[in-house]
Write a protein that binds this ligand. Structure first.
Ligand code: SF4
Ligand code: SF4
Length: 363
């Protein structure tokens, strides 16, 4: 068996094998809450899992960069300052991850493993096994097909499952995936199985409602041809609540703080931050380069859509999960499809000798 192969497993046998690994891994998967919402949390039997879900309201990046993560504890005593590292991370399996979140992990990997390698991030990442579940029923806010974010993927997972009745078609993505798959009986997938998957995925594509034709918005933003009036209009509608960045599986900003637990001891932690907060770029001198909401909204979309970043990251800063559509209260004007549409239809100035070819300007 090798990476790239496709296998077939019986659904029940696979889940039984998965939960037989409970001594080695914490298993985290989708569960239905009493109010009907679905969230990813620790599960100890397959009965606690639900398959009746589109996705978690919150992005699964929280299992790699928790909203508040203790980095270490410190204390001052007679022998100087003592530093106590954070608890080691246990291996864990994220089961049932949707493709958009898998693509989000790829972005987080690039950010935390790029020029500066973040050891806290990789302590978790190296312990994580991703078993994703391809979608066949999108939400009315999903548009992953516009962003190469789903509904199924070629890579990024350890195993990718596609539900075919009481069987799973399994794409093998890594050695970690092979080790898990070897816990159960499996056979090679046939052409018929693959055709069945293609039909399911095509039907999922056809059900997607929102669209975000990113290409023109990328061109206009990259060439600094978006009208300032549009950023003014969008800025006037934004509440600077940071909701869009917190739910985005690609956003990575964080803050590091120390807090004292008593007179001589304390904790250093980091927590999610947002480029949409007015204090995010507030400098000690009092100067704030992005003090106006308009400038912060503009910055968010430059970071997500300017080719300078597309080239560095290898993809636009959006995987089409649709969470910013759900969370934003700003009159339906500031989520990704809405902004892309406004740039395409009315928010750009035409190319001229003066304003062409200024990639990255205005960031
Ligand atoms: S765009 Fe929407 S979600 Fe984001 S900060 Fe503004 S109001 Fe909040
Ligand atoms: S910009 Fe919006 S739709 Fe795109 S990945 Fe982020 S939250 Fe999801």
């Amino acid at each position: 068996m090798k990476v790239g192969e496709k296998r077939i497993v019986d659904r029940k046998e696979f889940l039984d094998a998965l939960f037989s690994l409970e001594n080695q891994y914490e298993i985290i998967g989708p569960q239905k809450l009493p109010d009907g919402d679905v969230t990813f949390d620790r599960v100890s039997t397959s009965n606690q899992l639900t398959f009746d879900y589109v996705n978690d309201y919150e992005p699964l990046k929280r299992f790699l960069t928790p909203t508040r993560e203790e980095l270490f504890r410190f204390s001052n005593g007679k022998n100087g300052t003592r530093v106590q590292p954070s608890q080691p991370i246990k291996p864990f399996i994220l089961f049932g991850v949707r493709s958009c979140d898998v693509q989000g992990f790829a972005h987080q990997d690039a950010f935390f493993g790029g020029r500066y390698v973040d050891n806290y991030y990789w302590a978790r990442r190296n312990k994580m096994v991703v078993i994703s579940l391809a979608c066949n029923e999108p939400n009315d806010t999903c548009f992953c097909i516009c962003c190469n974010g789903g509904p199924w993927l070629d890579s990024g997972f350890d195993l990718q499952l596609t539900a075919l009745g009481n069987r799973f078609l399994v794409d093998i993505g890594s050695q970690k995936g092979i080790d898990i798959l070897n816990q159960t009986h499996h056979t090679l997938a046939t052409e018929g199985d693959e055709e069945q998957r293609q039909e399911l995925m095509q039907s999922c594509d056809e059900k997607m409602v929102p669209t975000a034709y990113l290409a023109k918005a990328i061109i206009q933003i990259t060439n600094d041809r978006v009208k300032e009036e549009l950023w003014e209009k969008l800025g006037a509608q934004c509440f600077s609540c940071g909701g869009c960045t917190h739910v985005c599986p690609l956003c990575t900003c964080y803050d590091v703080q120390d807090t004292m637990t008593d007179e001589k001891a304390g904790v250093r932690f980091r927590c999610w931050d947002s480029c949409q907060y007015s204090g995010f770029t507030h400098e000690a001198s009092g100067h704030n380069p992005r003090g106006k909401t308009k400038e912060r909204v503009k910055r968010r979309f430059y970071h997500k859509l300017s080719y300078a970043y597309v080239k560095t990251d290898g993809h636009p800063g959006c995987v089409g999960c649709g969470r910013c559509i759900t969370v934003c209260e700003a009159f339906g004007q500031l989520d990704m499809p809405a902004v892309v549409k406004q740039i395409r239809r009315e928010g750009h100035v035409e190319k001229s000798a003066e304003n062409s070819n200024v990639a990255g300007k205005g960031e």
